[in-house]
Ligand binder design. Structure first.
Ligand code: UDX
Ligand code: UDX
Length: 462
């Protein structure tokens, strides 16, 4: 007899970049389970049910259309969905606190706590509550306390199952993850809940890739993984500055360093700085946790990863200024790319936001172009309309521009007709490659003054 799937009904609270794609993949891979995704934002829920999904992610539309209203449902009726669910993933946002104790560093857990209280209020049967959001270590203990007092005989197990997907490659990451991590209490009921969550993933992921740990290790591992990844980027970016001073080429250095199998080649690409909703937030959270435990040196160590990233963004604009005769006032500067990386419409913490704002402070006329992120860019730069315009077509964006700064590694910018770009621009024409991915020698031979990161500039002036 086939094994009966227990804990059949899955719910996810939070239909964002994490909750939406993850649940769509679970629905695809577990057709016998009902997967419901709820959110307080009714517009978002409506968008998930429409042809225009709320986020751009390659391959996502196909997975959603295959599963929508088959076993994947979106709803705003959170109370009812909680009542019906067996396993509840919580993927609401956990931004950096902007007020009070720990402001600017600690995670703001108010949405999480509010959600936990709502789960307690609506639950009429036992629930497995799974932390999908990235949370400070030991949050599960606090949540268990919130859930258990006054629970009217209902039992809650709080587990940690952080999501490691990266935007732009979310579908591939969900389909073939390097690992899935499930942390639980090591009590009989905790272990049973662990097995229930492991079972969901075991539908398509080999068991040996599903790591199980205690809850605290799981919570901390997610933050630690992001901190390690970001630390590599800040390390190579720190070297990029030295390369520019010494004639070394940072791409060559990264290749040589990354060829060491102990180091590996990925996340060693120098650039204008890392963005995205996670790296900065999670490292600041790590800094705050270290500080709270009196670990000053560890806190300072991790804070420097974020400081280096801020420096890299500022440095990029300083290079632009210096190259363009110390003034960009009134100059038209086209920003090609506004998303924090290619293949996403997400602009959260995008280095392009800092670059645009710094250029506006210098009174440049900024034109923002991006294949998918213009709507988000408009929100990020609201109030700066005197200095910023938007143009989806890159050729129109560069028309009459003094400089082009490539800030997102969209492949369409690599393959653009750069001769045409040059012809459309005012001379001297400058290109600033914030992603180190253009053919610099070719651009130089066309007449551009070429500035990249960690590589000596190729200027016709000297
Ligand atoms: C975010 C963080 O970026 C990530 O680090 C964390 O691990 C999970 O939350 P993401 O999915 O990218 O991930 O966030 P976002 O796109 O903002 O989605 C969160 C969703 O939760 C939003 O749609 C928001 O409306 C919803 N939400 C928030 C609720 O449904 N209820 C709440 O009380 C608060
Ligand atoms: C990251 C983690 O990779 C993922 O595991 C976690 O779940 C969420 O945070 P994400 O922010 O979506 O994912 O994208 P990622 O590919 O990690 O890139 C983050 C930033 O670093 C981007 O701005 C990217 O352009 C930049 N980056 C990445 C570099 O500057 N150099 C590199 O070598 C790699």
């Amino acid at each position: 007899m086939p094994k009966k799937t227990e804990n059949k009904n899955i719910l996810c609270i939070g239909a964002g970049y994490v909750g939406g794609p993850t649940m769509a993949m679970i629905a695809k891979k577990c057709p016998d389970r009902k997967v419901t995704v709820v959110d307080i934002n009714a517009d978002r829920i409506k968008a998930w049910q429409s042809d225009k999904l709320p986020i751009y992610e390659p391959g996502l539309a196909e997975v959603v259309s295959e599963t929508l209203n088959r076993n994947l449902f979106f709803s705003t009726d959170i109370d009812k969905a909680i009542e019906e669910a067996d396993i509840i993933f919580v993927a609401v946002n956990t931004p950096t606190k902007t007020f009070g104790e720990g402001a600017g560093r600690a995670a703001d857990l108010q949405y999480w706590e509010k959600t936990a209280r709502q789960i307690k209020r609506c639950a009429k049967s036992d629930k497995i509550v799974v932390e999908k959001s990235t949370l400070p270590v030991r949050t599960a203990a606090a949540m268990r306390r919130v859930l258990s007092e006054g629970a009217n005989g209902v039992n809650f197990e709080v587990l940690s199952n952080p999501e490691f997907l990266a935007e732009g490659t979310a579908i591939r990451d969900l389909e073939m993850p390097d690992r899935v991590l499930v942390g639980s209490a090591e009590t009989p009921s905790g272990l049973a809940a662990r097995e229930a969550v492991v079972d969901v993933y075991a539908s398509w992921i080999p068991r040996e890739r599903i790591l199980t740990t205690n809850v605290w290790s799981s919570e901390l591992s997610k933050i630690a993984a992001n901190a390690f990844l970001a630390q590599r980027i800040s390390s190579i970016n720190a070297l990029s500055e030295l390369c520019e001073k010494t004639g070394a080429n940072v791409s060559e250095v990264a290749r040589a360093v990354g060829a060491d199998s102990r180091i590996g080649p990925r996340f060693l690409k120098a650039g204008v700085g890392f963005g995205g909703s996670c790296f900065k937030k999670d490292i600041l959270n790590l800094v705050y946790m270290c500080e709270s435990e009196g670990l000053t040196e560890a806190a300072d160590y991790w804070r420097s990863v974020v400081d280096m990233n801020e420096h890299q963004k500022n440095r990029f604009v300083k290079t632009m200024l210096r190259a363009m005769f110390n003034t960009v006032a009134g100059k038209r500067i086209a920003l090609l790319g506004f998303a924090f990386k290619a293949d996403t419409s997400d602009t959260r913490e995008s280095p392009a936001i800092s670059v645009a704002k710094l250029l506006v402070e210098e009174h440049a006329q900024v034109v923002v172009s991006d294949p998918h992120a213009i709507e988000n860019a408009k929100r990020d730069l609201a109030g700066l309309e005197e200095f910023v315009t938007y143009e989806r077509d890159p050729y129109k964006a560069v028309e009459g521009a003094d400089a082009v700064a490539v800030l997102t590694d969209w492949s369409e910018y690599k393959n653009i007709d750069w001769q045409k770009v040059y012809d459309l621009m005012r001379k001297p024409a400058f290109v600033f490659d914030g992603r180190n991915f253009l053919g610099h020698a070719k651009l130089y031979s066309m007449g551009f003054h070429v500035y990249a990161i960690g590589i000596e500039p190729k200027s016709h002036f000297y």
